[in-house]
Design a protein around this ligand. Structure first.
Ligand SMILES: Cc1cc2nc3c(=O)[nH]c(=O)nc-3n(C[C@H](O)[C@H](O)[C@H](O)COP(=O)(O)OP(=O)(O)OC[C@H]3O[C@@H](n4cnc5c(N)ncnc54)[C@H](O)[C@@H]3O)c2cc1C
Length: 400
């Protein structure tokens, strides 16, 4: 513990923390904070852009990118502090597809021309990206993807579809992996391409989700879509390694520890201030016990994250699966408790728009809690499902 604390409490890091909290208290718009407080994960394009531009104006956008590309060039400890303070203050996550996923891959694998062309749009929050990896029969087993990119002169011609594309309906560009050769091992013959979502032949079909939160994921169809060869990242057939680096680039984010700490704090505040039958909710032994169990589980994940962060060296390896697995399980347990504690109101008010304008605030809160509980189940699926994480742990950590 001593070394963990010293990493986070050096005078430089403490000074950085003060700067971040001052920035947040002066600049986080209350309407954006209110949405995050309601556990809303996916903000509108306009709100995401507004917040990104504010963060950018203060030099904190693209925090992990090196300064030469306009990023903040933060150390691991500073990145950790930034993520934690943003979550605790109720600030949205970064625009992950551009900032966290594509940006670092472009910096590592792109040509100088590609970096000049694509990084500024991400940095300034002007270009929205989506991720075209999964297909109907290629999710956990991603290398089985079939959407083809056939070489034709100076272009690739794409045919097929991508599935579960988050933000595909608002994205300007997609980064994706496509099959350019099916003769060898399935991980070979995959090529990483960038494509303009306004290209002729691209059509986006939203998929309704059962949480009723509106459009979030989509199916994207390609019908003879032409992509210039200069929009290929890396060599033809070398896309699998780049895709893997994109999937592991969110080093601290996918365990959701910071967001869970903020969610549990909100839930505890709710239980302390809400009275049922003349008694504060927190005085109910069942509620108190459940909160304590959640707190213990969350603190264990937090300590594990810190241990990996400052003791495991550069590569997390298979242990990263432990964080993703437990982090998202605990996150879902917190949001499940939040819906349960709202009582019957949560099941009556699935959709806020179904409520009469005179509905008590409790019912509106309950509707948000239930939606969050339903919506966040996705964190146990994307980025590698819980079952797949268990397989990785069994093989890579337990040696089974
Ligand atoms: C809300 C949401 C947003 C998403 N956004 C994107 C996006 O923007 N871009 C993108 O490319 N993809 C996206 N995805 C797709 C996501 O990456 C896949 O859903 C995920 O990889 C699982 O793949 P699948 O849905 O095909 O399920 P499958 O792989 O078919 O799995 C079905 C079930 O079988 C289990 N399973 C699979 N293989 C094994 C195994 N070997 N051992 C044990 N159990 C197994 C899984 O855990 C799961 O329970 C998103 C998904 C969701 C839910």
């Amino acid at each position: 513990m001593e070394r963990l604390d010293s990493n986070l409490s050096s005078p430089e890091v403490a000074d950085f923390r003060r700067k971040v909290t001052a920035f947040l208290s002066e600049n986080l718009p209350s309407d954006i904070r209110a949405q995050v407080d309601q556990e809303k994960m996916d903000l509108s394009k306009e709100d995401q852009r507004r917040w990104h531009k504010t963060v950018r104006a203060h030099g904190l956008a693209c925090p992990s990118w090196p300064k030469e590309y306009g990023g903040a060039g933060l150390s691991d400890a500073e990145l950790y502090i930034l993520e934690r303070e943003f979550a605790l203050a109720g600030a949205p996550r970064p625009m992950i597809y551009g900032v966290t996923m594509l940006g670092p891959a472009l910096i590592a694998h792109g040509t100088a021309d590609q970096k000049r062309r694509f990084l500024p749009g991400i940095l300034e929050g002007d270009t929205f990206w989506c991720q075209g990896f999964s297909e109907t029969n290629a999710g956990s087993d991603l290398a089985s993807l079939k959407c083809t990119a056939r070489r034709d002169g100076d272009c690739y011609v794409i045919n097929g579809h991508k599935m579960w594309t988050s933000e595909g309906h608002i994205a300007d560009w997609m980064f994706g992996i496509f099959r350019t050769d099916s003769s060898g091992r399935k991980q070979q013959g995959i090529t990483f391409l960038l494509l303009d979502m306004r290209s002729p032949g691209v059509s986006v079909q939203p998929i309704a989700t059962f949480d009723g939160t509106g459009t979030e994921i989509n199916q994207v169809f390609f019908d003879d879509v032409r992509v210039p060869i200069e929009q290929r990242i890396g060599d033809e057939g070398a896309g699998w390694e780049i895709a893997k680096s994109v999937l592991t680039s969110e080093r601290f984010g996918n365990a959701e520890v910071s967001r869970s700490i903020a969610s549990l704090a909100r839930l505890e505040a709710y239980c302390k201030t809400t009275t049922v039958d003349g008694k504060r909710l927190i005085e109910d032994p069942f509620v108190a016990r459940r909160l304590i169990e959640l707190e213990i589980a969350l603190r264990a994940v937090e300590q594990t994250e810190l241990r990996f962060l400052f003791h495991a060296g550069e590569e997390l390896g298979a242990e990263a699966a432990l964080l993703k697995l437990r982090g998202t399980e605990v996150q879902n347990a917190i949001l499940s408790a939040a819906a349960d504690f709202r009582g019957p109101a949560a099941s009556l008010a699935m959709d806020e728009s179904d409520l009469p304008p005179s509905a008590p605030k409790d019912y509106v809160d309950a509707s948000h809690a239930l939606k969050a509980h339903m919506n966040y189940r996705k964190t146990m699926i994307y980025g590698g499902s819980s079952e797949v994480q268990r397989n990785i742990l069994a093989k890579g950590v337990l040696g089974l």
